[in-house]
Design a protein around this ligand. Structure first.
Ligand code: GLA
Length: 385
């Protein structure tokens, strides 16, 4: 149990021993395959060793009493009627509870204390850990017997329909289904996945947090989803059997280019190229080819910056400086975009040096101190004893 959670129980006079249902829901990183999940493509995420811990006890009162330790906020809702509150963290939890209610499950009176060690806004999916943790918890409590992939789908439906965020399934899927053995290759169309062996020696993955999170992120995410849908629709007018944008070919796209506006065309070029990069990255990872994997990371960054247009000057700066340092095989922006972290494939033993160098340069350029984290892979959601 994380220290600050223990302190919270003590400070609030809550009997920790009563909170017997305990679980850990991790955040995630994504090695490569960005903005492909909602395009039915291949992604390569991993659950990490940082996440949220949940402690729950049943109550006699028909209430959902929620404590967000890291925000030092508490919110109580009356069951069974659950409505949107306008408080984001509460709504993430309410959305999941409502999905269980829609499955015909009765949510018992419940008190939940949660908190963790995931830096918020860094693009490591604290929201997916929140949704996934709640879904796992309610699955246990209501004995619903949903599989982990089914829980991820339930979370995605809640994000899409209740929260109004048109995100793909990658984050919740990785948080719920990851293993400590390695990253996974996930086919977001078929929801098939397998663990991958990372044979790259002499390098490690390191995250560098730009400490910025631009407000246009969520609006632009919606726009990208729509632009990709427009590109797919144009392709399907000529090739009806193409089920999603990731599996379209560049030739198919080019043949309908005149029907498309400039932006959807650019987005689609990125998506098709990125799906091919994931396959190349899989070969590089399994063959232990660090330099090739790094080259692919750099290409993904260029695509996200110039074609998908979801980067920002701060993150471009961190990526360029990392590459120019000669200490990395490659680097790219990770996650939804417009801030958050870069993921760097760093020469082993050079992590601290890279951190120092980027910190000095970034402070000078942006008066911000980046945070660096080792990207340690950890287990997917699990019950704690
Ligand atoms: C966010 C979304 C994911 C995915 C990534 C981009 O993290 O939640 O579903 O689309 O952006 O790869």
């Amino acid at each position: 149990m994380l220290d600050h959670l223990t302190a919270y129980f003590t400070d609030h006079g809550l009997p920790v021993e009563d909170f017997s249902l305990r679980l850990h829901a991790p955040g995630r990183i994504n090695l490569i395959g960005e903005h492909l999940d909602y395009n039915g493509g291949l992604v390569m995420p991993a659950s990490i060793d940082k996440g949220l811990q949940f402690f729950a006890r049943q109550l006699d009162a028909p209430q959902l009493r929620l404590h967000a330790v890291d925000l030092n906020e508490t919110h109580t809702l009356e069951l069974p009627q659950l409505e949107k509150t306008g408080i984001t963290w509460v709504d993430y939890l309410v959305g999941i509870a409502r999905k269980f209610q829609q499955l015909g499950k009765t949510i018992p009176g419940l008190e939940i204390v949660f908190g963790g060690n995931l830096p918020a806004g860094a693009g490591m999916s604290s929201s997916a850990a929140l949704e996934g943790g709640m879904a796992f918890l309610l699955n246990e409590l209501t004995q619903s017997g949903l599989s982990r992939p089914a829980l991820a789908q339930l979370c995605q439906r809640s994000s899409n329909n209740f929260m109004g965020i048109p995100s793909g399934i990658m984050d919740q899927f990785a948080s719920l289904n990851g293993t400590a053995d390695g990253p996974m290759l996930l086919d977001c169309d078929r929801l098939e996945f397998r663990p991958i062996v990372n044979r790259i020696k002499g390098y490690s993955f390191m995250l560098v947090n730009s400490m910025v999170s631009h407000s246009l992120a969520s609006g632009e995410y919606h726009v990208r989803v729509r632009e990709c849908a427009a590109a797919l629709a144009a392709i399907q007018t000529r090739f009806p059997s193409v089920a999603n944008l990731s599996t379209a070919t560049r030739e198919q796209l080019d043949s309908v280019a005149e029907k498309l506006d400039e932006k959807p065309l650019l987005r689609a070029r990125y998506v098709i190229a990125e799906n091919a990069r994931v396959q190349a990255a899989l070969r590089a990872l399994e063959a232990g080819d660090g330099p090739e994997f790094g080259r692919l990371l750099n290409s993904t960054h260029a695509g996200l910056r110039d074609e998908y247009e979801v980067s920002c000057p701060e993150v471009d700066f961190l990526q360029e400086r990392a590459v120019a340092s000669g200490l990395v095989a490659g680097a790219r922006i990770m996650g939804g975009g417009f801030g958050g972290c870069t993921i760097n494939l760093v020469r082993a033993g050079r992590e601290a040096k890279l951190g120092e160098l980027l910190t000095a340069a970034y402070r000078e350029a942006y008066q911000l101190t980046p945070e660096c984290y080792r990207a340690n892979i950890g287990s997917g959601t699990y019950l704690m004893s």
